[in-house]
Design a protein around this ligand. Structure first.
Ligand SMILES: N[C@@H](CCC(=O)N[C@@H](CS)C(=O)NCC(=O)O)C(=O)O
Length: 219
């Protein structure tokens, strides 16, 4: 694909995609953005599958990997950690806080992303394909339970980690934004019941770099 000394980003402005463009902006890294239109199946083109054999955005190629050689990476959580370690930003240098941050990144990757995503599917995008109420019930209950975990964590905190804004926030708030903006689930999920989560999302979104990162690779 493109040759440049800058990081090459292959993405789309979805919650998983936004995480990486927000991180690149926050970390002031230079990058070229390439839009992969997953609605048109571009994630299955051989040149993209060579970077991510799993055929999903986001992915990056860093021409200057840790050993000075090009490094390609997929899985947004791994990319966030990679960029944080590369720049020394948004991942605590205190070992205890570093692991706490990674724990919340994994919480997002293993729970928030998959369950919120399935909620969005059964509530909005695939709602005409399934007459059985059970999947929506299951995924909306789990989405609310996860919002409850975040609400508890964020009560009395500005960000997920006490030290300040981190890759744990970058990983997670685009998914809360997505519940509101793309899935239009505010009323159905009763998002007003999670005031600390909603205030934190606004706090994160008010950051100039965050606002810029959220508009990268839009179609
Ligand atoms: N765990 C992956 C999930 C990536 C993912 O699901 N990406 C979606 C867009 S948000 C995608 O590319 N979907 C296309 C497809 O499934 O064909 C990550 O966090 O990077």
């Amino acid at each position: 694909m493109a040759s440049s000394s800058k990081i090459q980003l292959y993405s789309l402005a979805t919650p998983n995609g936004m995480k990486v463009s927000i991180a690149l902006e926050e970390m002031e890294l230079e990058y070229d953005a390439h839009t992969v239109n997953i609605m048109k199946g571009e994630q299955f083109k051989p040149e993209f599958l060579a970077i991510n054999p799993n055929g999903k955005i986001p992915a990056i190629v860093d021409p200057e990997g840790p050993d000075g050689k090009p490094m390609s990476l997929f899985e947004s959580g791994a990319i966030l950690q990679y960029l944080a370690e590369k720049t020394g930003k948004f991942l605590s240098h205190d070992p205890r806080l570093k692991w706490e941050t990674i724990q919340w990144v994994f919480f997002q990757m293993a729970n928030v992303g998959p369950y919120f995503g399935q909620f969005g599917h059964f509530f909005k995008y695939g709602k005409d394909k399934c007459k059985d109420p059970y999947p929506l019930e299951r995924y909306s209950n789990e989405t609310k339970r996860l919002l409850g975990v975040l609400e508890q964590r964020l009560q009395g905190r500005e960000y997920l980690i006490d030290e300040g804004y981190s890759i744990a926030d970058i990983a997670t708030y685009p998914w809360v934004y997505c519940l509101v903006k793309y899935y239009e689930g505010s009323e159905y999920l009763g998002l007003d019941n999670y005031p600390s989560v909603m205030a934190w999302k606004e706090r994160c979104m008010a950051r100039p770099a965050a606002a810029k990162g959220m508009t990268v690779c839009t179609i």
